[in-house]
Design a protein around this ligand. Structure first.
Ligand code: ASP
Length: 439
């Protein structure tokens, strides 16, 4: 059995957290490949080292003095080294970083040093080999991640390695320039390493015990999710749940490796397993509920719309030309509604309307803003009758008017549109339909 274990920033923010991580790794021999993030926040209004690095580099790039800021970053690491009682100095590394900042090595280089340095400390603390991610994570010359080359290089490099620390978040382009993934990208590195070594499990350690059925800021003490499929997670993450970087599922999915979300502060919790498919049924039919506010609906009416070939394409072309992605598109016989994100739409509103008039000469166009979409997701919904009925009668009882309903034929989710002011109540109501209080 071999596992890749990735630890997020809050799991590595201080020596105290590092010690918890050390205990977790030592508890199982299979935990042989470790992917650390940079030190995160130690308390709620603390600053993540990655953010300190971006800021510090911005000063350097502007030709300002950045000594003080770099010193503060060095202090963060020294505090960890001291707390762990290690005989390690990062003095040389910081001298190199300073020189490279002065030479304007780029903000990706700057940000990557957060995980690079944390990786050195982690390897020293565990007695594992340190492997610089710049050697094994490959981006092409346009800065796009090169997954096949990476898989080859990484597999070769790790072939005979017993245990190693590979810092998250970055890699290098063919010319050696450092390139990072988007924020939170250490999750992606962990997944890439798991694929390369064909790990049995990719454990992703963070500060929550996995996913919850609903947002705890809306529902009191929601139930946690034991198992979720990749597809269900996509449906939920797309609506806002953000424990895992959304690109992190692709490398492991290719190899059928499950991801296990675990809590560094509660290692006894089993967390959530993310799997390709499972015959395990969630005990409350649905797997999760997630939602998002900030949508606008554009309803286009035109007599005989249904017989006008190309009508839908012309409408969507207008949105495409304006760089606006659409979220949903329910339609009637002579009407079609397009749901878009308000922040992508507002500034272009009048332009879009004019172009729609030109493109399809509608009878009327109506706009409604302040809408929220709620996704009720679950593999257990398939072939289950009465479920939609239960949701809608509960919402009706709670006097919540439904603006839109959309169920795909995959029967994996039902999307419900409501006015923003009903958003929280709608989620609470749906939750209570599926998760009886005594469960
Ligand atoms: N340290 C990086 C960030 O704050 C990457 C990561 O933590 O995954 O975004």
């Amino acid at each position: 059995m071999v596992k890749v274990v990735k630890f997020g920033g809050s799991s590595l923010a201080s020596a105290e957290q590092f010690k918890k991580v050390g205990n977790i790794i030592r508890a199982e021999e299979s935990r042989r490949f470790v992917v650390p993030s940079a030190p995160g926040k130690r308390f709620s209004d603390d600053t993540k080292v990655t953010d300190m690095l971006y800021k510090c580099y911005a000063e350097a790039e502007a030709g300002k003095n950045f000594d003080k800021q770099l010193k503060a970053i060095e202090e963060r690491y020294n505090e960890i080294i001291k707390g762990l009682g290690l005989r390690l100095s990062l003095k040389e590394q910081f001298e190199t970083i300073k020189k490279n900042f002065e030479a304007k090595a780029g903000s990706d280089y700057a940000a990557s040093r957060g995980e690079f340095l944390n990786g050195i400390i982690m390897a020293n603390y565990l007695g594992f080999e340190f492997i610089d991610a710049a050697l094994v994570i490959c981006f092409d010359k346009n800065g796009e991640f090169d997954s096949e080359k990476t898989n080859k290089v990484m597999t070769e490099k790790l072939k005979n390695v017993k245990s190693a620390v590979i810092p998250g978040f970055y890699g290098a382009m063919p010319n050696g320039a450092i390139k990072t993934f988007s924020r939170g990208g250490s999750d992606v590195t962990g997944s890439i390493v798991a694929r390369a070594i064909r790990a049995d499990v990719y454990e992703n350690w963070t500060d929550v015990s996995g996913f919850l059925v609903a947002d705890p800021r809306i529902v009191d003490n929601p139930k946690s999710i034991d198992i979720i499929t990749y597809k269900e997670l996509r449906e939920l993450s797309y609506m806002g749940a953000s424990v895992l970087h959304e690109s992190a599922i692709f490398p492991v999915r290719k190899e059928g490796i499950p991801i296990n979300i675990r809590n560094t502060n509660a290692p006894e919790d089993k967390g959530t397993f993310i799997v390709e498919t499972t015959c395990n049924r969630p005990d409350c039919i649905i797997t999760g509920i997630a939602g998002k506010k900030g949508f606008v609906s554009i309803t286009i009416d035109k007599d005989m719309m249904n017989s006008e070939i190309g009508f839908g394409r012309k409408v969507l072309q207008v949105f495409e030309d304006n760089g606006i992605s659409f979220e949903h598109m329910p339609s009637g016989i002579d009407t079609m509604t397009v749901f878009v994100h308000k922040d992508e739409f507002v500034e272009k509103e009048q332009k879009v309307l004019a172009e729609l008039h030109r493109a399809v000469t509608p009878d009327t166009i109506e706009l409604e803003s302040d809408l929220a979409l709620i996704a009720v997701v679950g593999r257990g919904m398939k072939n289950n009758s009465g479920l939609a009925g239960n949701i809608f009668s509960a919402l009706a009882k709670a006097k919540i008017n439904i603006k839109m309903i959309d169920q795909g034929s995959s029967e994996l989710n039902i999307i419900i549109g409501v006015r923003e002011r009903y958003f929280e109540d709608a989620i609470k109501t749906i939750y209570s339909v599926f998760v009886p209080e005594d469960k």
